[in-house]
Each structure stands twice: as structure tokens, then as C-alpha cells.
Write a new protein. Sequence first.
Length: 134
Amino acid sequence: INSRPTNLDIHYDFYVTQFLFSVILNPFFCLIGIITNFLTFLTIFQNRKNELKEKFYKFMLLNSIYNIIYCLISLFNLLSECVSYNSLFCSKIRSYLFVQYFKLVFVIYFGNVIKVCSNLTYILIILNRFMLIG
């Protein structure tokens, strides 16, 4: 019997998918991003005697710092996360004024600023590598 999914089934599947991505996978990948960028930061910072004089390593160091900051901001976004109002996961403090301002100022504004800075340093890394080749 081929039964087509109802709107309620699609709606429920959407909430399960949103819960999976925003509450489970996002913090997992944020922690992986923090760990790997911290290892990159330590590797570059330990070899700073000779290599940090080059622009490439400075850009890599800046990119790692921006990525760590963005992952931390994204990790704290769980304070205001709510998949649905009757959901499995709905933070109890999400309705506090401080948490709403935190989301507006840090997560949305500074998160986007940090993403732009990270992308710009990545472009500088690419341009620097391109200039070394050519």
C-alpha cells in the first residue's frame, strides 16, 4: 500500500530534522571546530620564532582565532534555541531579555562580523599562496 505522507507527517519530520541539526550536530561540529582551530593556533604559535614573520602564518593564526570565536558564539546560541514551542528541546531561559539581546548582538551581529573576518583572512591566505606560486 502506497500511502502519501500527510502534512502532519511532513511537519513532524521537519521538526525532527531541525532538532537534529540545531541541537545535536551544531554543538558537535562547533566543538570539533574549536579543537582543530586551537591545534592549528598552537602549532603556528609554537613555531613563531622563524615562521610568524611571514604573512601567510599571520593570516592562518588570525583565521584560527576568528574561527574559534565564531564556534564559541555559535555554541552559546543554544541558550535561545527552541525548535518548536512544545518541543523536546526548548531552553527555559530563552525568553529572558538578556538572552534575546545576546542573540541579537552577539550571535547575529558579531557572528556575522566574525564570519566576514574569517572569510577575508581565508581570501588573504589564498592570495598569499597564489603570489608565492606566481
